[in-house]
Design a binder for this molecule. Structure first.
Ligand SMILES: C[S@@+](CC[C@H](N)C(=O)[O-])C[C@H]1O[C@@H](n2cnc3c(N)ncnc32)[C@H](O)[C@@H]1O
Length: 214
């Protein structure tokens, strides 16, 4: 985990620039071509969340807070972002302040496995998160305990062309281990953790899964 936290801490600004577009025109064009599913998964989550007014939502691996802030802007009563990288949380806090939703957000610097939440959440999301988790069941069972209704998650698909590229770039060059999943495995670990899978969409190189607490 320290390797993962260190990696994301170092590249927090660069990662957020995928959303802000704060880079040159070539970089922006490449993001929209090669990382299209980052934007698509954002739209998928907003679509599946539906009307969030009055809801409590938790975002595991919230990064720079793009989902948290948008959900708060859409009227969620309270959104908690959890992340291991302090630089990511700093960006997230700033974004919430810029968008005047900080009263509806709170931020937790932790790995979800060590976190002791003091409330439950109607919806939990974990997007761009399972890529960095070697053994998902422990964290999934933890998430299930505090999720009363729905869990939205994105899982990098095994054996797409991007898999070897990310293995080399993230794991072997940058020292951040990265993992990939087959659809039956995703169903199995979610269902063994107390969720019923209601929908699984292939979104670019990801499985985007909507599950309900059973
Ligand atoms: C690819 S970023 C995704 C951020 C955000 N969900 C998004 O899609 O914009 C992955 C984030 O997960 C965080 N992360 C990785 N492993 C984590 C863990 N075990 N507990 C909490 N955060 C974690 C990283 O620090 C990083 O900010």
């Amino acid at each position: 985990m320290p390797q993962v936290a260190r990696f994301w801490n170092q590249i927090a600004q660069d990662f957020d620039a995928i959303y802000s577009g704060n880079k040159g025109p070539l970089g922006r064009a490449l993001d929209h071509w090669l990382r299209k599913d980052i934007y698509q998964r954002f739209d998928w989550v907003m679509d599946r969340c539906g009307d969030v007014r009055g809801k409590s939502i938790c975002d595991i691996g919230c990064g720079s807070g793009r989902f948290v802030v948008e959900l708060a802007r859409r009227g969620a009563a309270h959104v908690t972002g959890v992340d291991v990288a302090p630089e990511m949380l700093k960006l997230a806090r700033n974004l919430a302040a810029q968008q005047s939703v900080e009263a509806h957000c709170d931020w937790v610097h932790a790995d979800v496995i060590d976190w002791r939440p003091t409330q439950t959440y109607d919806i939990t999301i974990a997007i761009g998160f399972w890529d960095y988790i070697a053994e998902p069941p422990g964290r999934l069972q933890k998430i299930r305990k505090f999720t009363t209704d729905r869990f939205l998650s994105a899982w990098p698909r095994f054996w797409t062309w991007r898999m070897p590229v990310r293995k080399v770039r993230l794991q072997y060059i940058s020292g951040c281990p990265v993992y990939f999943f087959r659809k039956p495995e995703v169903y199995r670990i979610l269902e063994q953790s107390g969720f019923r899978v209601e929908r699984c969409d292939t979104v670019g190189k990801l499985f985007c899964v909507e599950a309900r607490s059973t």
